[in-house]
Write a protein that binds this ligand. Structure first.
Ligand code: PGA
Ligand code: ZN
Length: 437
């Protein structure tokens, strides 16, 4: 047993490192009284929701195009460190509450959610090291709660992650027919390779988008569905049986003045018209999950769509809920969706993130733990997904180290669970998903 008193913070340090887009971000080291230390790196989004906690950047065009994070780092090294050391807090909840109170704003705009999250995650890592446990076990010591999540993996990356080359943001696969994690990786690898081959043959290969999916050189949004299903077939799998399509429409990005603007097809659609387009795609292709089909403010469109499709498909609110318990509570009451995307930096502390996941689970909703488009070598989310038994993890594609480090970490966690004599349970066998009939 670890002496609780020894989990007090001795020092906090922070400095600039760079994310997968080469943008500055914060690395934070938190050292405890017992000598243990933890290190975190904060990710960053591109298609951010309006109601997310604030990511504090310096805004000086001379410094990394305004993206440097010296202000946030200074907050960590001065106000935050002083208050945390003085308070003597010795657990995650109390630390996070202190950070929330110290900041005092609704969206963490005083210190920046990036500053607060850096400290919160570094502390979680330090506590794990104190207990000599992997992070997932430190976050949740109950082995029966640990579930290896089902990955949601991007094949084509559009929207804000490919300079708006196509309107829809993520075309992903979920290997609903996989019996274990390695089989899921094998199936994903096969589809990703087949899609790449197909793009080459068609003279459409133009490199990768921000999260490692293929750059979408398509003439219509519908063409992507055709190519993706062809890739699944070419890889030897049956769409809708072995592997299904998962979309992140990220519709807030192309919603203006009450219309959904599909630039690629030069069409301005009302919510009802856009819902019909979605209906067509769902009816024609093997879609099992849709994230952000409508704008973060178009609640009527959300509830109408969920009433129609909510018992067949997974409907995930990302920009709609921004990992915020108050917004999720409202969404559950109004039946806006049936699932929530979970991103630590949308809310800014580990405790609030865990509470949001539990709130979703208590309501029978599925939380999907997610990376950001600007990622790092930090593997916090892989551990978070296993610890909470969330059941799903979304990290981008099956390429590029900032993505693969998360997929690889799941393999290491699985191995660790096996070595401790437990049988690692895989989400497909353990959890009922909205697409399971
Ligand atoms: P972002 O994209 O990290 O750029 O916000 C991810 C998502 O929308 O799910
Ligand atoms: Zn999203």
């Amino acid at each position: 047993m670890v002496d609780e008193a020894s989990l007090k913070v001795k020092s906090i340090d922070a400095y600039t490192v760079f994310d997968s887009r080469g943008y500055p971000t914060i690395e934070c080291i938190c050292e405890l009284d017992n000598g243990a230390s933890g290190k975190s790196i904060v990710p960053s989004g591109a298609s951010t929701g309006t109601f997310e906690a604030l990511e504090l950047r310096d805004g000086d065009p001379q410094l990394f195009g305004g993206k440097s994070v010296h202000l946030a780092i200074n907050h960590i090294k001065t106000s935050i460190q002083t208050a945390v050391l003085k308070s003597g807090v010795n657990n995650q909840e109390r630390l996070d509450q202190l950070l929330i109170d110290l900041d005092g704003t609704a969206n963490k705009s005083r210190f920046g959610a990036n500053a607060i999250l850096a400290v919160s995650m570094a502390y979680a890592h330090a506590v794990a090291q104190s207990k000599n446990l992997p992070l997932f076990e430190s976050l949740n010591p109950d082995p029966s709660a640990h579930i290896i999540p089902l990955p949601e993996i991007q094949i084509f990356g559009g929207g804000a992650h490919s300079a708006g080359r196509i309107d829809l943001q993520d075309f992903m696969v979920i290997c609903t027919g996989a019996e274990n994690l390695m089989q899921c990786y094998q199936m994903t690898f096969d589809v990703y390779q087949a899609a790449g081959q197909l793009m080459k043959e068609r003279g459409q290969m133009a490199g990768l988008a921000d999260e490692g999916g293929y750059w979408p050189t398509f003439d219509s949004n519908t063409e992507v569905f055709v190519i993706l299903e062809e890739s699944i077939l070419r890889a030897g799998y049956i769409p809708g049986k072995d592997i299904s399509i998962s979309l992140d429409i990220a519709a807030t990005e192309f919603y203006t003045d009450g219309k959904y603007h599909l630039k690629l097809e030069d069409r301005y659609l009302s919510a009802t018209q856009f819902a019909q387009v979605l209906d067509d795609w769902i009816n024609k292709y093997a879609v099992c999950s849709i994230e952000d089909p409508f704008s973060e403010v178009d609640h009527i469109a959300w509830s109408t769509f969920t009433e129609k499709w909510g018992d067949k498909l997974q409907l995930i609110g990302d920009d709609l809920f921004v990992t915020n318990q108050r917004l999720l509570q409202q969404g559950i009451k109004q039946k806006l969706a049936n699932s929530i995307l979970i991103k630590l930096n949308q809310i800014g502390t580990v405790t609030e993130t865990l509470q949001c996941i539990h709130l979703a689970q208590e309501a029978g909703w599925r939380p999907v733990i997610s990376a950001r488009s600007g990622e790092t070598e930090d593997t916090f989310i892989s551990h978070l997904a296993v610890a909470t038994g969330a059941g799903q993890l979304k990290v981008g594609s099956f390429a590029r180290s900032e993505r693969m480090v998360k997929w690889n970490e799941l393999l290491r966690i699985q191995r660790k669970i096996s070595q401790s004599g437990q049988n690692p349970s895989f989400a497909v066998q353990t959890i009922r998903f909205p697409w399971d009939i």
